[in-house]
Design a protein around this ligand. Structure first.
Ligand SMILES: C[S@@+](CC[C@H](N)C(=O)[O-])C[C@H]1O[C@@H](n2cnc3c(N)ncnc32)[C@H](O)[C@@H]1O
Ligand code: SF4
Length: 450
């Protein structure tokens, strides 16, 4: 290990800075060896500085049994016989895991979370699931990670559940959306309430932590149907309950059906009442928020993938349309499956756009994404960026506190329930406040990655 006690700082003292923080005295003495000066270096810093930086892996599986009317993800259905295409796609993803690991030199970094998202990863054949795990193990160092597999209830069979257990999948996330069949069927899905409960029981039987997704604001939702769904979600007694607010995207059938008045969605005010009700019930049953949409029983079962990413750790994302970040780079893969596959066949990484973060972007990112984890540790923030959030955002934080969105305690800026209800509002306020530190406007320096 480096012996800092014997570094040249002992024999060659750093030049003294100007005592009043102004201009230094004019002198030819005092050669600057390094910045920050050796006088600031210490043994304690070795504990964090010399640890390998944690890594997360995201794997996107775009296939689904149907295209749900509200869904905004890059997905494609199995209508035509696509089994061969899926085999080919999985081969490409396995190859991308190899290419990305080599390109970014990730092979020896401890992977703390792996997330199979979609689409519907539980649709994959057993052989394809085996191939993906083989590629993961061959190219990454899995350090007992949290491994999440997303799925739609009707696709989780006993054999598949057993296979997931075999591969040490320890978190299964099921899209339920609503426990009321009339609401579910309007979205084009066919999962009955009974099938949803069967899948939850099966997922639990593997010993994995189980998350279920609900969406607030689906077509046809009334206070009564919503109360029913929330009650059934609580009765399911799962580890995590996630509630997404419906985001209406222009490329979805929901959007056009809304415009042509074929369906009617709850208004913003009505949706706010629905989510307020859910939050109250979740609190009553000791489900605590670990981010602005996931609640865990007793606060015990964290969604570690999201946490790790939003704390600023790298996320190597593979698969069509997947987006990730490694170091300063943010990148997103191509959306088109044939183009994606071709790029991989050429041995290219399949990113089609990227963004090279400045140090300033990374600092703002830590605030904007960090507050989504409900508690933002401002001491850690200061250690990472040298910025005291309490002082820099003093006025905005006082206003947010007075308006009931945050509390500022010893060590943390924390979202209140009102802050959680308004999702990313606090993050946007902090972003605006921090950007005042920078003379130039942000967001104009995007550079293409590959
Ligand atoms: C990628 S899906 C994976 C689960 C699985 N495919 C299923 O639907 O059962 C993850 C979740 O995204 C949510 N989601 C999809 N489209 C959404 C939208 N437009 N607004 C809010 N949440 C959405 C749904 O709750 C869904 O369960
Ligand atoms: S909600 Fe799930 S099953 Fe439906 S289209 Fe989206 S990813 Fe596929």
């Amino acid at each position: 290990m480096l012996d800092i006690e014997k570094e040249p700082s002992q024999e060659t003292p750093d030049p003294e800075p100007a005592s009043d923080g102004g201009k230094p005295a004019l002198s030819r003495k005092g050669f600057i060896i390094t910045y920050p000066m050796f006088r600031y270096w210490n043994k304690k810093a070795l504990a964090t500085g010399m640890k390998s930086q944690p890594l997360n892996v995201y794997i996107h599986m775009p296939y689904c049994i149907q295209r749900c009317a509200y869904c905004w993800f890059k997905t494609t259905t199995l209508r035509e016989n696509r089994l061969k295409e899926i085999d080919q796609y999985v081969r490409s993803v396995c190859r991308e895991l190899e290419l990305a690991s080599r390109y970014f030199d990730l092979g020896n970094r401890p992977v703390e979370t792996v997330y199979f998202g979609g689409g519907t990863p539980t649709l994959l054949s057993e052989e394809n699931i085996d191939h993906l795990f083989a590629a993961l193990h061959a190219n990454f160092s899995l350090a007992d990670p949290q491994i999440t597999f997303e799925g739609e209830p009707v696709t989780l069979t006993e054999r598949k559940a057993a296979l997931l257990k075999h591969h040490k999948v320890n978190r299964i996330s099921l899209g339920i959306q609503s426990f009321k069949e009339e609401i579910v069927f309007q979205t084009g899905r066919r999962d009955t309430e009974e099938q949803a409960f069967e899948a939850i029981a099966l997922a639990k039987s593997t010993g994995a932590e189980v998350n279920i997704d609900l969406i607030s604001g689906l077509a046809g939702e009334t206070p009564e149907t919503w109360e029913y769904s929330v009650r059934r979600a609580l009765e399911a007694d799962v580890h995590n309950i996630t509630i997404y607010k419906l985001e209406l995207y222009a490329n979805t059938p929901y959007y056009s059906a809304e415009k042509s008045k074929e369906i009617s969605l709850p208004t913003d005010e009505q949706e706010l009442e629905l989510i307020k009700y859910a939050l109250g019930e979740l609190r009553k049953h000791d489900y605590r928020p670990v981010n602005t949409f996931t609640f865990t029983k007793g606060g015990t079962y964290d969604q570690k993938h999201t946490r790790s990413k939003w704390l600023g750790n790298d996320n190597c994302a593979v698969g069509v349309s997947a987006f990730g970040s490694v170091g300063r780079w943010n990148y997103q893969n191509m959306n088109d499956i044939p183009a994606y596959t071709k790029a991989i066949e050429r041995g290219d990484l399949p990113a089609f756009r990227g963004y090279n973060c400045t140090t300033f972007d990374l600092m703002v990112r830590d605030a904007v994404m960090g507050i989504k984890l409900v508690d933002l540790d401002y001491v850690r923030f200061r250690d990472r960026h040298g910025i005291d959030l309490l002082r820099t955002c003093d006025r905005e934080l006082s206003e947010l506190e007075a308006e009931g969105f945050v509390t500022v305690g010893a060590g943390n800026i924390s979202l209140t329930d009102r802050g959680i209800l308004f999702g990313d509002y606090v993050g946007r306020v902090l972003e605006g406040s921090l950007k005042k530190l920078s003379g130039e406007s942000q967001g104009s320096r995007a550079r293409v990655l590959f």
